[in-house]
Design a protein around this ligand. Structure first.
Ligand code: PLP
Length: 477
């Protein structure tokens, strides 16, 4: 196991505090209120600086829309309900309208029928946690007390979080050489305790669609739940398919699919903080509700993990779907698919690199095809040219999840050049440690994982620590 040096750790942590020397850090609520104008000025300065990278169009994933006029419009809609608490449904019936319509529009997009229903959640993670609870409860009704779930090794880690929270035993199925779930392994590992299977429609590391029709057949044979994680691909794959591109079937058209998550705050082009979770029928959805009739605080019912919820993001999400429209989603899908194919061609043109799987439509993942090239050296080089890729591991790789800001004319040509130059650079530094790989290469062994868990938790502790105030007050900044 090789870990990062203390200098590397200090460098990584220092990057989280760029304002340490510029602005005062508040450790207590100010005795006298600060002026709104001063606070706004500071916030706008920070936001403008931080948006520069995303607005360059050189970032993989993360920012899906990149249109500041539309952000401003959505923020205006948000503002109208930012203070509204949707838990008080009698006060804000508009949220009930907006939420129901968001769910209905998403269900229609994913070929649901009259029975299909759903909820709005705070994001992809919550949209994966809730169905795990549902399938555990469904199993419990059938007498299963030691529930198990099988997911592809490429499936999102929020499923591990869910199973950790709910005491579900999780089995990670290996992938085939094509980076899709190994169906034979899944078949062999269904037990009387299995309550659900999972497949991804747009896996986070590889952007590929698992064989959902085959998973659906296994789920039906054993009467299991089948959740399809479309958090990433849910709002882009349907539109790419409608432009005429071949996309394997993965939505409610597939018999056996019992729930789907699709994030509005990704390719739905809404503000951060919402995702849609759909169920095949209301009986399943019921299992995630929490109703508690004899609490002294009153009759309490909530649909999911949250209690109070802001009406702002619900209204803004509704507005995003309406103002993007089919035409907007289709146009974006065309641009994104074209750009992804150009990125794919750039990777394929370099014999030192290999694509992870085939069937990419909006997301391209690759690694090194030779020991001569450390993919993290390539990443270091790309970073020096302003690109922000997503590193993956086991095997080491990079991915580029193409979003609207990446579709700007000229960017793929620049990427193609920089990727090629990055491979040439990597060959000149073979055998030296790559900067962006400092924390990679440790995982995958018990000792490595333990060391990483310690470091990762330490980094989180550090992020909640307020650094010593060494700079001027915000009013002076
Ligand atoms: C496939 C997939 N599932 C789930 C998630 C989790 O979503 P969130 O970060 O919104 O919680 C992501 C995030 O990238 C994802 O790509």
């Amino acid at each position: 196991m090789s870990g990062p040096t203390p200098e590397q750790i200090m460098e990584i942590l220092a990057a989280f505090y760029p304002y340490r020397d510029r602005y005062v850090a508040h450790r207590t609520i100010p005795a006298e209120p600060l002026a709104r104008d001063d606070v706004l000025r500071l916030v706008r300065t920070l936001a403008a600086e931080e948006d520069r990278l995303g607005d360059s169009g050189k970032v993989s994933g993360s920012l899906y829309l990149g249109d500041h006029e539309q952000y401003h419009f959505l923020a205006q809609v948000f503002e109208a309900y930012a203070h509204a608490n949707v838990l008080q449904r009698d006060m804000y019936p508009s949220s009930t309208k907006f939420e129901g319509e968001i769910v209905a529009m998403t269900a229609a997009m994913l070929h649901g029928d009259a029975q299909t229903c759903g909820v709005l959640t705070s994001g992809g993670t919550e949209s994966l946690i809730n169905p795990m609870l549902v399938y555990r409860e469904r199993g419990r009704l059938r007498g299963i007390t030691e529930p198990e779930v099988i997911i592809p090794n490429s499936a999102h880690v929020a499923l591990d979080k869910a199973c950790h929270y709910f005491g579900i035993t999780l089995h990670r199925a290996p992938l085939t050489d094509g980076f899709l779930v190994d169906l034979g392994w899944v078949r062999d590992h269904v037990t009387p305790n299995t309550v659900a299977l999972v497949g991804s429609a747009g896996s986070y590391p590889y952007g590929l669609v698992d064989p959902i029709e085959e998973l659906g057949a296994i789920a039906q044979e054993h009467d299991l739940g089948l959740h399809v994680d479309g958090c990433l691909g849910g709002f882009i794959l349907p539109w790419i398919e409608r432009t005429g591109v071949d996309v394997p079937r993965w939505d409610f058209r597939v018999p056996g699919v019992t729930s789907i998550s699709a994030d509005t705050h990704k390719f739905g082009y809404a503000l951060k903080g919402t995702s849609v979770l759909l169920y095949r029928n209301a009986d399943l959805r019921r299992l995630q509700y929490f109703a508690f009739p004899d609490w002294p605080g009153g009759l309490y019912v909530s649909p999911g993990l949250s209690g109070s919820r802001s009406g702002g993001v619900i209204a803004a999400t509704w507005a995003a779907l309406l103002t993007t429209g089919e035409a907007g989603y289709l146009a974006a899908a065309r641009d994104i698919h074209r750009t992804a194919m150009e990125i794919k061609a750039a990777v394929q043109a370099l014999p030192e690199l290999r694509l992870f799987g085939d069937g990419q439509t909006f997301h391209v993942a690759w690694g090194s095809a030779t020991d001569e090239v450390d993919i993290f050296h390539v990443n270091d080089f790309l970073a020096s040219r302003g690109w922000r890729m997503n590193p993956t591991q086991l095997p080491a790789g990079l991915h580029f999840c193409v979003t609207r800001p990446n579709t700007r004319p000229g960017l793929t040509e620049e990427f193609t050049r920089d990727l090629s130059d990055g491979v040439a650079y990597a060959k000149t530094v073979t055998g030296t440690p790559a900067k962006s790989g400092a924390l990679y290469g440790m995982a995958g062994t018990p000792a490595g994982n333990e060391g990483l868990q310690f470091l990762m938790s330490g980094a989180l502790d550090a992020m909640y620590a307020v650094p010593d105030p060494t700079g001027p007050a915000p009013t002076e900044g």
